[in-house]
Design a protein around this ligand. Sequence first.
Ligand code: NAP
Length: 516
Amino acid sequence: MLASYVAGAWHTAPDEGVVVVDAATGDPVAHVSATGLDAHRMVDHARRVGGPALRRLTFQERAAALRELATYLDAHKPAYHDLSLATGATRRDATGDIDGGIGTTFVFSSRGKRELPEGHLLADGDVEPIGKGGTFVGQHVYTPIPGVALQVNAFNFPVWGMLEKLAPAVLAGVPTIVKPATQTAYLTAAVVRDIIDSGALPEGALQLVCGGAGGLLDLLGGEDVIAFTGSAGTAAVLRGSNAVTRRAARFNAETDSLNCSILGPDAVAGTPEFDLYVKEIAREITTKAGQRCTCIRRALVPESLVDDVIAAVRARLDKVVVGNPRNATVTMGALVSLQQRDEVRDAVASLRRAAQVVYGDSMSVDPVDADATSGAFMAPVVLLCNDRDRSEPHEVEAFGPVTTLIPYRAPGDDVSELAVRGGGSLVGSIVSYDPDFVATVVAGAAPHHGRLLILDRDCAGESTGHGTPMPQLVHGGPGRAGGGEELGGMRAVKHFMQRTALQGSPGVIAALISGR
Ligand code: NAP
């Protein structure tokens, strides 16, 4: 039974709860239940103990605490990697989640050290002269919100998903309650236990709920932040809660998205960009078995290059070894659960109404070192949608190893019009060495995307890839992607702070800012 961390003590539910099983073997891993959990005590503890303790620290002390925390977790990460295998992730997949999460914490620590002031007040922009005589000025400042940050996270990044929100909240001086997705909560819980044991953060800075979020939302309001990652459906439920609609809790959503990757007409077979494009598609749909919110779901390809792309993607996917991630020869593990696999199969069936399968079979797989009936395995699937009027490829998210090729006419079509049919995305990529094509697509697609990767032979060596959010850059996107924003350097810290316009005499304002 996973314990929750509530008001300084570990709470174990008295009932059986939900049994979570190993994604690859079907063996039980943990029981998860929030029965008996006192939501009121948690919120109260965060507000009365965690918040004040964090706010007593200066920005610089919080940055130092984050470094101590990241160093501690880094030393303990082999245990997280072992545990992560039960989620279906390969060891390579786990690097993005575990090392990525710890790395993000290090980045926030060092950026905070470099960019935040010594004291407790963060100035925003310059002093605004208001009075003609210069005796009355304005200055925007940020201070930590006095409430709590409730994280509600998706199953696919149990470590990174928590740390990428925790690090900026700590820098801001705001306590966190984390509610991981039930399916992979055991991994988050293991890391939370180490965070508590590390002593790097003051008591109350982090609490954990394993199981349903229950009454927590009922207790939140204008002093608090709800930071959600998951499906658009759940985001709509939370966004419609009284906490948000009546009491004006801040709400940030990172949801699903039909991300595209666009191949430029110049990038014909034999060019470096063509190879980069194909490599990226194959890597995206097989990393974490395609269970990344940023995964390429729509591959927009010039009509004349479709056959070449299919052939090249097929050659790469033929080398993929699906199976138990504990077997070293396996390159693609399992989906997180049989239920998730069935949902992906259903989504592929919906896509097939508009598209034909040109690679793979969602219903058939022969996993290495595993049983296809008890493990949540699925082979990579590529579809081709030749009918540009169909909406399915732009609307149906198959959250697994699935992508759909969509041909466009070049010259003729404005490919950014196809890109924006996703209704707002976390990320898109443009793979081309033609600056005019790139400029046209960026102008059309940027307002509909949180991030755009322009991939070519010059940056490929250092590129972090289509699917990887970086702590320095914005993660989030408009419309279907949730309309939220995370990361993006120190902007992320401000999401947990209140911006206030101070007005007064220049001397008083300057003294407040400098902390003297
Ligand atoms: P989900 O079913 O929406 O669940 C997300 C979280 O919400 C889980 O912790 C879940 O808890 C919780 N939850 C569900 N109903 C709730 C309610 N009524 N009140 C409070 N919490 C509730 O999503 P998922 O299946 O875990 O994740 C897959 C989806 O997330 C995909 O669509 C993917 O695209 C999206 N995603 C987006 C991002 C991003 O950054 N944009 C990142 C990762 C995933 P339980 O598990 O206990 O039900």
